[in-house]
Design a protein around this ligand. Structure first.
Ligand SMILES: Cc1cc2nc3c(=O)[nH]c(=O)nc-3n(C[C@H](O)[C@H](O)[C@H](O)COP(=O)(O)OP(=O)(O)OC[C@H]3O[C@@H](n4cnc5c(N)ncnc54)[C@H](O)[C@@H]3O)c2cc1C
Length: 395
């Protein structure tokens, strides 16, 4: 019998399994991943940005975990020989009206203990000659990039080296306190860790946890440029709208030095509908259709503006035009290579009538549930795993 069954072979499930085995080497830990390999969803389809931690409200889990998570992820990459590209990041303003929000972001970052600096237009050009700002930009030296698939694969290898079992092609069909069923049938387990990403709300409900949440998936599309590696040196981001949990279309430098534009934040009808009708589920589309009107009328977000600005970004030309407000030399013809889209496991809280902005970790009967593992969940995974395992009591 497994002492701990982890549902989900993304970065979060793997990091929790790894940390459990580091702290409690005698535990029998198994990770169940329904796909034929780890990191087939958000953990292998994200921007690969190691965030610094300046966006988040100081009292949030995101703020608490990002700076530490960034350091732990770098440590892991160094140990396993995975290159980290030290790009840093500049946040630029498109017009003077964005300056107060840029200064708020600076203050927020300082409150979160993040290394940050305000630079003028000349200073920006020294850091990133291709970017433009109005008067001032924010410089974050600790932001970086790494290959998320390489990270997950190496983490799965370390779980196995520590004596854990990573079972791919192993979907968990149902679970409850002290048991799971997979293709092999009913099995007793000690504790269940729910790290099921886009399906974490469903798994939580099996345990009576997080009933107030509904999944509102948002798709992110990417376009790679054909620029030589390293032409763009820094990640270039706009000032985000604090009422929405997304950062706006930006340019990032991948671990291999290629520049890419994205991701968009377009409402998706199903959790794994990455392209066309593939992955479309009528039941999930119905759930989204029931939740979307509540989001659109929520007083806590500018949801109509968000949807109105995001949907046109399906158009390549529109997306590139927006990126060109940050880096004017970006041309549609140069950014024609489609990246793998990703879908965010964004939850809507029906009790507060708003999108959940923070990570949610809940204990249930003989179970631990990681909900709303949205960005920067890749950066924070090792730090979150530490926190969960520190307060974990065997059942
Ligand atoms: C477009 C996009 C860009 C992002 N960019 C960044 C970024 O630059 N930096 C950053 O820090 N974060 C970023 N994020 C967020 C980050 O990718 C996620 O927070 C993180 O990957 C979540 O990891 P996870 O393990 O919880 O989820 P996932 O990677 O989705 O893993 C969950 C796994 O559970 C499996 N599963 C589900 N149900 C079952 C079941 N019943 N049985 C067995 N297996 C099951 C799934 O197949 C999946 O592999 C981004 C996310 C998206 C979508």
């Amino acid at each position: 019998m497994a002492d701990v069954a982890v549902i989900g072979g993304g970065i979060v499930g793997l990091a929790i399994a790894d940390e459990l085995l580091r702290v409690h080497p005698d535990l029998a830990v198994e990770v169940h991943e329904k796909e034929s390999a780890v990191a087939q969803h958000a953990s292998g389809r994200n921007s690969g940005v190691l965030h610094a931690g300046f966006y988040y409200s100081p009292d949030s889990m995101k703020a608490r975990l990002t700076r530490v998570g960034n350091a732990l992820l770098r440590e892991f990459c160094a140990e396993r020989g995975i290159p980290v590209r030290d790009t840093g990041k500049v946040v630029v303003t498109r017009n003077a009206s964005e300056l107060p929000r840029l200064h708020d972001l600076h203050q927020r970052g300082l409150a979160n203990g993040v290394e940050l600096e305000l630079v003028d237009e000349r200073g920006l050009l020294e850091l990133e000659p291709l970017a433009r700002t109005t008067e001032t930009a924010l410089w974050s030296p600790t932001t970086g990039s790494a290959d998320p698939v390489a990270v997950a694969q190496q983490l799965a290898a370390r779980v196995a080296e520590r004596g854990g079992r990573v079972l791919v092609g192993s979907a968990v069909h149902a679970a409850g306190p002290g048991w799971i069923t997979d293709d092999g049938g009913y099995r007793r387990v000690g504790h269940v860790v729910n790290a099921a990403g886009l399906h974490a709300d469903t798994v939580a409900r099996w345990f009576g946890v997080g009933e107030e949440y509904r999944m509102l998936p948002f798709k992110g599309l990417y376009w790679y440029g054909d620029w030589p590696a390293g032409r763009l040196m820094r990640h270039v981001y706009p000032v985000p709208d604090p009422r929405n949990p997304f950062l706006g279309v930006h340019l990032t430098v991948a671990a291999d030095g290629r520049a890419k534009i994205g991701p968009t934040a377009i409402p998706a009808l199903s959790r794994e509908a990455y392209s066309g009708l593939d992955g479309l589920s009528v039941g999930q589309a119905w759930d989204v259709a029931r939740t979307l009107p509540r989001f659109l009328t929520s007083p806590h977000h500018d949801a109509r503006a968000l949807v109105a600005s995001e949907v046109p970004k399906y158009l390549h030309s529109r997306l590139v035009r927006e990126a060109a407000e940050l880096v004017p030399s970006v041309r549609p013809a140069d950014f024609r290579i489609k990246g793998r889209p990703g879908i965010r496991a964004q939850l809507f809280d029906t009790s507060r009538n708003r999108l959940e902005m923070d990570f949610v970790v809940r204990q249930g009967p003989r179970s631990t549930h990681v909900l709303n593992a949205v960005s920067p969940g890749w950066t924070t995974a090792f730090a979150m795993a530490r926190e969960i395992v520190q307060s974990w009591e065997p059942t």
